[in-house]
Each structure stands twice: as structure tokens, then as C-alpha cells.
Design a binder for this molecule. Sequence first.
Ligand SMILES: [Zn+2]
Length: 178
Amino acid sequence: MAHHPITHGRAGLNRRTILATGLLGTMAGFTHRPAAASETPPFRYEVTRSDTEWKARLTPAEYRILREGGTELPASSPLWQEDRDGTYCCRGCDLLIYSAAWKVSVPKGWAFFRHSERDAVLTGIDGPVPSYGMSPDDDTTMIEAHCRRCGSHLGHVLLVEGSVLHCINGTSLRFTPA
Ligand SMILES: [Zn+2]
């Protein structure tokens, strides 16, 4: 990503063009230019911890799900049946992720939500990178959901009985009744 050949090519051309047209002196004092794509710093989660720190604050079962992308057994967390008003925060960093207002009762044993709080969830790809109908592997690809602040795995975004829902491990969340 950081070494996109087209970006480098364009940057080189720009520099040559500037040198050739004598604009370099004019440009030298202009420091607030936008950063080129190759200068964009790599994405970093706001909350980062060492593996040792994660293991110290999570149970082995929580670690397997939040940090290794595991999935809890259906109905193993009581949150799948939780129907009180309240909030659901990330177990890894306490960021508010879901509100009970958007919880959906689905009898499959995990916690389902129509959507997250704004800017709370990032997505990734679980399984082979999808080829959108060009490969039978598409059936095994899922949209993974994780906390935008600490990167902890939450669950998946799935089509459930005709609705796109967040299917979330109760283990990844901490519920606080209103
Ligand atoms: Zn988090």
C-alpha cells in the first residue's frame, strides 16, 4: 500500500516538471501541501496493548474471541436474550458500541443489532477475499466487525432473514442497564 507505483511515478513527474519550469523556488516555502498517498501514516488503533496486557485483562475465552476472532457457542452468553434498555460497550476498551434501542431479537443464540453507534465499528473480511460471484469461495466470505478504538473482534455483519444485521458475540460486549 505504501509503495503504490503510480503515486511514485506521478510524484517524480511533478518534481521534474517543477525543476524544468523553474517553479521550485516559488514552491519551497509552501509547506502545507496535502500529503501524497505514500506519506499517509499506517492506520493505528487509538487503544493498543501488548499481548501480555490483553491476556492480563481478559479471560482465556474473552481473549480467544476479542483478540483471535473466535466465535462463542450459541446461547453461551446471556446477552443474546437481554432485552432491557441500556448500552453495550466494548469489553476490550469500554467504547460505547451498541444501544439496546437497535437490538433485534433473533433466536439464534447471539446478540443482533440493526447497526452500531456512529463511528464505533470497523469492518474486515473473514475468509477468502470475495470475488463477487466469480468464485464458489464467495460463500465462505463474511464481513467481520471490530471495535474502531481497540480493534477487538465483535462479530459479523450478516443477512439474517432478509435484514442486514450485526451478529455479535455477547462475550465481546459489556451491558449496562439504563
Ligand atoms: Zn474496543
